[in-house]
Design a binder for this molecule. Structure first.
Ligand code: ATP
Ligand code: MG
Length: 404
């Protein structure tokens, strides 16, 4: 192919089906993006180093290479008319390189901020001037001297590596100042933030989609339960959080997206404190685990919105038509006695689960179950919260998920 063939088209012309959409990353988020794109008649191509990735296996084409491989990036740009990412740890430079050839959403600069907690918190602090929603009190730890300078009120706290943390990885609980140096040493003295540990009454998240023209739509506020730093349950129905929290979280998320001049789907996670205050935790420049329920409970899913923002298609305000409760299906469920020395592999009791009304089972096609690995999710939809919760709790019991 000649270089001319991969020059971007006119800046605001949409990429219409059957154009090809590309995605960096082959995990479950990429897989659900591919499903949504294909429903609209797009062709899809996935770049992931794993030849057997969940998204690669359902896409029309996959390129197996490192995310930094310049030849692979060029191949991706030759095949795809527009390109997105499914995880924030893809090198921002790769997105910048792709953007020289094709429309890319979200932009490298926004992803670079989201993948670095230090820059992310600075962005939140800037936005707080307008939204009033600040991050947890924190200190940046980059040099030895920063350890001594830590204010006493940040302890007990959580030391988090600035980069590459997810699902609670790259975090250490710090109870006393004396533990700080050793914990930082364990993180190989990589740049970190130390955050005050806050008394959480609840956690929630908001997903917005913002188009090339700056128009934005948002999904309902999700109420999230985390276990061991990993999302376990998401509940979305009228009254899941107060009207005041809904408005504050929604406004803050829109402000964060606007300030980044963001194009694409963005999720912002919040803490609700015991005293009712709202704190912004972190953001993901992509669809989010807490938004999986939208596939079954909304007229536009977060993945539909990702396709539309990427391709420059119109955005309409999504409508949730069913109350929803989502359970994450972790690798533990594929074993009897998962925490014993001899866990025995098993198949979770899907037949019983699927007898429950409103069950939507999503399995990501991962070949191997491991404790802590997200293997799939199960969403219950119902006319009201009570029914969705009752079925989700019955499923949790059948599966061996701790009550919630
Ligand atoms: P993700 O998988 O969402 O990217 P992550 O590893 O980036 O997770 P965080 O979102 O920072 O981590 O933290 C994971 C969970 O740990 C939070 O959802 C919350 O339950 C708890 N947590 C994090 N920071 C704090 C804090 N400052 N105070 C109290 N609890 C916290
Ligand atoms: Mg998080």
């Amino acid at each position: 192919m000649t270089a001319l063939s991969i020059l971007p088209g006119p800046p605001n012309a949409p990429e219409l089906p059957p154009a090809t959409l590309g995605v960096l990353g082959g995990g479950q988020l990429g897989r659900m993006f591919v499903h949504a794109a294909q429903a609209l008649g797009y062709e899809t191509v996935v770049l992931d180093p794993d030849p057997d990735s969940p998204a690669g296996r359902v896409a029309h084409a996959q390129i197996c290479a490192d995310y930094r491989d310049p030849v692979a990036l060029r191949q991706l740009a030759e095949r795809a008319q527009a390109i997105t990412t499914e995880f924030e740890n893809v090198p921002a430079e790769s997105l910048a390189e792709l953007a020289r050839m094709r429309p890319v959403a979200p932009a490298a600069q926004a992803v670079a901020i989201a993948q670095d907690r230090i820059r992310e918190k600075a962005h939140f602090a800037r936005c707080a001037a307008a939204s009033g929603i600040a991050p947890a009190p924190y200190a940046v730890i980059e040099h030895e001297a920063d350890l001594d300078a830590v204010r006493g009120d940040l302890l007990p706290g959580i030391l988090k590596t600035a980069r590459l943390g997810y699902d609670g990885k790259g975090q250490a609980q710090i109870t006393a100042r004396a533990e700080l140096a050793a914990a930082w040493q364990r993180f190989k003295r990589a740049p970190c933030v130390l955050e005050q540990r806050l008394p959480l009454a609840a956690e929630c998240s908001v997903i917005v989609a913002r188009g090339r023209d700056g128009q934005a739509v948002s999904l309902p506020v999700q109420r999230n339960l985390h276990r061991g730093g990993i999302l376990a349950v998401t509940e979305v129905y009228a009254g899941n959080v107060s009207a005041s929290i809904t408005k504050q979280a929604n406004d803050a998320t829109l402000a964060i997206a606007h300030e980044l001049d963001y194009v694409g789907v963005l999720c912002v996670e919040f803490f609700v404190l015991a005293d009712g205050r709202l704190i912004v935790n972190e953001m993901a420049p992509r669809p989010h685990n807490s938004g999986h329920y939208t596939v079954d409970a909304c007229d536009l899913s977060q993945f539909d919105l990702q396709v539309r923002t990427l391709a420059g298609l119109p955005l309409t305000q999504p409508r949730q038509h069913s109350a929803a409760v989502m359970l994450n299906l972790m690798g533990e469920l594929w074993f009897d006695a998962p925490s014993s020395l001899n866990p025995t592999p098993r198949t979770p009791p899907w037949q019983q689960v699927l007898q429950l009304p409103g069950a939507h089972l999503h399995l990501y096609g991962k070949r191997q179950a491991r404790p802590g690995r997200k293997m799939g999710h199960l969403t219950f939809t119902a006319p009201d919260a009570q029914q969705a919760l009752a079925q989700a709790r019955a499923a949790a019991q059948l599966l061996g998920i701790a009550p919630f």
